[in-house]
Write a protein that binds this ligand. Structure first.
Ligand SMILES: [Zn+2]
Length: 401
């Protein structure tokens, strides 16, 4: 079985979507802006023309549902950052539309399409998929406010006349999200396709080192209990120890630092800092937590400080479904041999939420220069088309006829 996609039609729709909120080469299309609503209306029309049932739920997610009892769901989001690129989310939605349309034309497997609302976080991030999967109630989401203090419950009234009905996740057998990488790896490697192995998890602990605040002129070096020097010692030590433990895609960051009293002539008596780390493997995240906690204790002893650790914040890694991943790998190997790789997703996506209710898979195409969340974000046309074909090939594999 083959799904014959139409690349001219795909590119034409992708460029048409850019016209909503176009700004230079990018877009300004935040959730529930006039441009976002117009784009959602257009998309609902496009899925209807393709022969899918358009449905818009209360939070503004747009679906094109295949009439079959069960179908595979493809898609992403069409809202943008306050200044966003033209492909972030849009590539996943329009490739979904083209695969669903081509499959209907060729009497292929049933495919449905979705554009989730507010992935980019005007009201907090991946909000449309969060409500659709039941992780947050609509009434709870309605209380969230944007940076101007407008509640979601008020903003979504602008789409109230377009709402049809809720779409039951049980209609679908799985979800594949195609997306731009938003990082430099594929571009640097000269590759066209990334098959996602997992969406990385995240942990964070906020620490406080307490020493002795004192005079920077009269306090001898040997007797100082300098909290900032403690942080420097700690940071060097974790870089050293974690380096032996992790993989090349593991990341950790000391990103928030408050030195007290932050004055040139005072030995700092207190430093507050965050340590955050991300990886696709829960076991590794746990091992790293142990190293980070132990090192904070050792540093405190070594530098004559006391240490306090806050409660660890945690988002678990999201595994990718084995069958969906296999189909994407086989399709990539066929259509882009030597030009694909497996890789974790370092960014959160709607698929992270959808994983609560459906098996998920993800596919990346390269971002030129690794640039995203910027007006000049772009991907080579040939890579967009390879991504479309690999997606179609994976869908055909999942439903052999
Ligand atoms: Zn996105």
């Amino acid at each position: 079985m083959n799904i014959r996609t139409n690349s001219a039609r795909f590119l034409s729709d992708l460029h048409h979507l850019r016209s909503f909120g176009v700004c230079g080469t990018g877009v300004v299309r935040p959730a529930f802006s006039d441009a976002d609503i117009a784009a959602r209306k257009w998309l609902a029309g496009r899925v209807a023309e393709a022969g899918l049932q358009p449905e818009i739920d209360a939070i503004g997610n747009v679906f094109g549902v295949h009439p079959a009892q069960k179908s595979l769901l493809l898609g992403s989001h069409t809202d943008s950052q306050p200044e966003g690129g033209w492909l972030d989310g849009a590539f996943g939605v329009i490739s979904a539309l083209e695969v669903a349309r081509a499959s209907l034309e060729g009497n292929g497997p049933p495919v449905s399409v979705v554009s989730f609302q507010d992935e980019e976080g005007r009201f907090g991030g991946v909000g449309g998929s969060e409500v659709w999967t039941g992780a947050r109630s609509l009434s709870d989401a309605d209380q969230r406010v944007d940076s101007d203090g407008i509640p979601l419950g008020v903003a979504r009234q602008a789409m109230a006349g377009m709402v049809t009905s809720q779409v039951d996740p049980a209609r679908f057998t799985g979800f594949i999200e195609a997306h731009i990488e938003q990082g430099p790896e594929l571009d640097l490697a000269g590759q066209s396709i990334g098959v996602v192995t997992a969406i990385v998890g995240f942990r964070q602990i906020d620490f406080v080192f307490e020493g002795r605040q004192n005079h920077a002129g009269t306090t001898m070096m040997a007797t100082r209990r300098d909290a900032f020097q403690g942080l420097v010692t700690f940071t060097a030590a974790i870089n050293d120890k974690l380096g032996d433990l992790v993989t090349p895609t593991t990341v950790w960051t000391v990103g928030h630092v408050l030195v007290h009293p932050n004055a040139a002539s005072i030995v700092p008596g207190r430093v507050e800092f965050s340590v955050q780390w991300r990886d696709a493997k829960a076991e590794l995240l746990e091992q790293m937590a142990q190293v980070i906690r132990d090192t904070a204790q050792e540093t405190a002893v070594q530098c004559g400080l006391s240490v306090e650790a806050g409660v660890m914040a945690e988002i678990a890694p999201v595994p990718v479904d084995t069958d969906l991943r296999r189909a994407l790998i086989d399709s990539a190997e066929e259509r882009a041999p030597d030009r694909w790789r497996e890789m974790p997703s370092g960014a959160l996506h709607d698929a992270s939420n959808v994983a609560r209710v459906l098996p998920i898979g993800m596919l990346f195409v390269p971002s030129i220069g690794g640039i995203s969340h910027a007006l000049d974000e772009d991907t080579h046309k040939s890579d967009l088309l390879t991504g479309l074909e690999v997606l179609a090939g994976a869908v055909a594999r999942l439903h052999p006829k």
